[in-house]
Design a protein around this ligand. Structure first.
Ligand code: TRH
Length: 362
């Protein structure tokens, strides 16, 4: 299975922080090929243009051995920094200088313990402290990265999507039999019960006189057989290649419903302020089910009892006829949720506030 989320989250954070003139960023990654895909085909070059130095993971040893450690070190998703680098961090701190501040950027969860754990110091056996940083959906957590969402989504069709995009939603050439067009993006894990869901969506569209354009992201495999079997129905499949991260954000902002997965696309779907179905990353101990329920409780807070019930079951792959009728209400709720998240403060701002607070107290 191809996963892009860990690299995607780090790239997004690096891009957001790079907007600040006073910060020099080095991003170390153990799979530059993944980063290349997300970053316009060449992460090193794209990074350089943004002021981000993208380096292979192995160069952490070289940097450590030359004692060139950073003032702030963000270790993302338990990536385990090599000993040489940690030794250099310890040396720097023993010299009485103000650095380094060591932050452990954790996975996103809506579980309530993240409130308690956020910014907890974790003393290491080498006199250094590592601070847990929990992104999240409440004021007590570290927030979510917004980055350049507003600039990106205000633009017209990005070049990578131009060949696949048309504005037929204006209704101009739909013919009298259709009332409107909906757009859906799909970026799922391969085990998702998509076939059943697509058949259900096709039935709904047919009975409502709607057309649905389905953007199948990242060359995902929806079988030709399935597409053929749905041919007489009002669905149009548009197969997309893997596109740059910003362009994927743009797509989410323009769709009426987004099927997303993992961590990063899940967050972007929330900034989009549109209904979405989260295909959560599966964990072997079924911990993802607890994570999903914790999120759904927060996300649907304040919604009508029917949206809570139907929305929650939609997120667990209920048949579209059970929830399609609530799309308008769900959209209004999603917009409110996105406003609520903005009011909590963005991760890139909160993390810098934490760094500043530590500089003052040291
Ligand atoms: O790729 P993912 O499945 O990543 C997952 C999760 O992050 C999970 O938490 C982690 O533990 C696991 O990997 C190992 O899904 P995610 O998080 O949505 O990341 C996809 C990234 O790819 C995101 O940054 C958006 C980006 N993307 C593009 O840049 N272009 C595209 O065309 C598409 C579809 C996605």
């Amino acid at each position: 299975m191809d996963n892009y989320g860990d690299a995607g989250v780090c790239w997004r954070l690096a891009r957001s922080l790079s907007k600040r003139d006073d910060i020099r960023i080095r991003l170390f990654c153990d799979d530059l090929k993944v980063l290349d895909k997300i970053a316009h085909g060449d992460a090193v070059k794209t990074g350089a243009a943004l002021g981000i130095e993208v380096l292979p993971w192995t160069s952490l040893d070289v940097v450590g051995a030359s004692n060139l450690v950073a003032d702030v070190v963000i270790e993302a998703f338990a990536c385990k920094i090599p000993e040489t680098y940690i030794d250099a961090m310890r040396l720097k701190s023993s010299k009485g200088s103000s650095g380094p501040l060591w932050i452990n950027l954790e996975y996103l969860t809506a579980e309530s313990w993240a409130d308690e754990m956020h910014l907890m110091p974790s003393p290491q056996n080498n006199d250094l402290n590592k601070y847990f940083y929990f992104p999240g959906f409440t004021e007590k957590t570290g927030g979510l990265t917004l980055g350049d969402w507003d600039e990106v989504t205000a633009q017209t069709v990005p070049p990578s999507l131009a060949p696949f995009w048309d504005e037929r939603s204006d209704g101009g050439h739909l013919g009298d039999s259709y009332l409107g067009v909906r757009r859906i993006s799909i970026f799922n894990y391969s085990h998702a019960p998509l076939e059943k869901c697509l058949r259900g969506l096709a039935d709904m569209a047919k009975s409502n006189g709607e057309l649905i354009d389905i953007y199948v992201c990242a060359n995902q495999n929806i079988s030709a057989q399935l597409i053929q079997s749905l041919e007489d129905l009002p669905l149009r499949f548009i197969q997309l290649p893997f596109i740059p991260q910003e362009d994927y954000d743009w797509l989410l902002s323009r769709c009426d419903l987004n099927f997303v997965r993992g961590e990063d696309s899940f967050v972007r779907a929330q900034w989009a302020g549109k209904p979405f179905i989260w295909d959560i990353y599966p964990q072997s101990d079924r911990a993802h089910e607890i994570k999903l329920d914790a999120f759904l409780d927060l996300y649907f807070e304040g919604a009508s009892s029917s949206l809570i019930k139907q929305g929650k079951s939609a997120m667990k792959w209920a048949e579209p006829h059970e929830w399609w009728g609530l799309m308008e209400e769900w959209t209004a709720h999603s917009e409110k949720w996105s406003d609520k998240l903005r009011a909590l403060g963005q991760l890139e701002v909160k993390i810098l506030d934490f760094v500043k607070s530590q500089e003052i107290s040291r």
